[in-house]
Design a protein around this ligand. Structure first.
Ligand code: G3D
Ligand code: MG
Length: 240
């Protein structure tokens, strides 16, 4: 991991998974288990609920995290800057089916240099958008560091996330033809198998453009659905 600024977190099994992904495809049997398991991980949108969800935007610098947040929230949103940890957060309320969802969206202004800062940033997060730039392969490879970091630094343990391939407008214009949509989707499908079977949540990918707005609402909404499905499943299990 010479390419990484985050070499200290090298002991997680997530890295092993990422290594395997390179030449793995799901077998027919695994594809079938995914289909069966996925049924438990969709939500009944007619069920009422209220959710306060702390969401992290993670990914290399300049992949478009702040732009995605701006695109989702529109002009005129208010964000608060937390100087101590160098991060912004903004609050956004929306509805998903019959549920009220209040997003508290955290976005780093600078680099996560210090361990304590990282812990404060990740602490209590319910999920994340892990963002890469589809015109920048290094940012795609570095997704693993961010996922690993999210799971390690978060006191709640592994939590759901979406893999976001941003700047798709550049890709479509054929300016850069670098990380194809299929590659982003394939990685997400394999991680999905792992998270469904081991952690009881699903992992999806979405292709976005913060510039045109394509996929942006879908990214946030799908993440909320994954988190709600996970929380409901856990609540059901705790009752038993
Ligand atoms: P970050 O918060 O992840 O560091 P930013 O990234 O949101 O600051 O974006 C970095 C640069 O990428 C910005 O350009 C921004 O306009 C651009 N960008 C972000 N998302 C997209 C996208 O979907 N499509 C295109 N074409 N550009 C995008 P500047 O030039 O302002 O540095
Ligand atoms: Mg930013």
């Amino acid at each position: 991991m010479k390419d990484s600024k985050y070499t200290e977190s090298s002991d997680s099994s997530f890295y092993d998974l990422w290594e395997r992904i390179k030449d793995t495809r799901l077998s027919k049997h695994e594809e079938n288990s995914v289909k069966k398991l996925e049924k438990n991980f969709t939500i009944d949108e007619t069920q009422e609920g209220e959710y306060n969800l702390k969401i992290i935007l993670a990914g290399d610098g300049a992949v478009g995290k702040t732009s995605l947040r701006r695109s989702y929230l529109g002009e005129g949103f208010e964000s608060k800057y937390q100087q101590t940890i160098g991060a912004d957060f903004a609050i956004h309320e929306t509805e998903i089916g019959y549920s009220k969802v209040k997003f508290i969206i955290w976005d780093l202004a600078g680099q996560l240099k210090f361990h304590q800062v990282r812990n404060a940033f990740y602490k209590g997060s319910h999920g994340a958008l892990i963002v890469c730039d589809v015109t920048n392969p290094t940012s795609f490879d570095n997704l693993r560091h961010w996922i690993n970091e999210l799971w390690k630094s978060n006191d709640l343990g592994p939590v759901p996330f979406m893999i976001v391939g941003n700047k798709y407008d550049l890709f479509r214009n054929q300016i850069h033809h670098i990380v194809p949509k299929e590659r982003v989707e394939r990685v997400a499908r394999i991680i999905n198998y792992e998270t469904l079977t081991k952690h009881k949540f699903s992992t999806k990918s979405v292709i976005t453009s913060a510039k045109t707005g394509e996929g942006v609402t879908k990214a946030f909404k799908q993440l909320a659905i994954q988190i709600i499905a996970y929380q409901r499943l856990r609540a059901r299990q705790e009752k038993k």
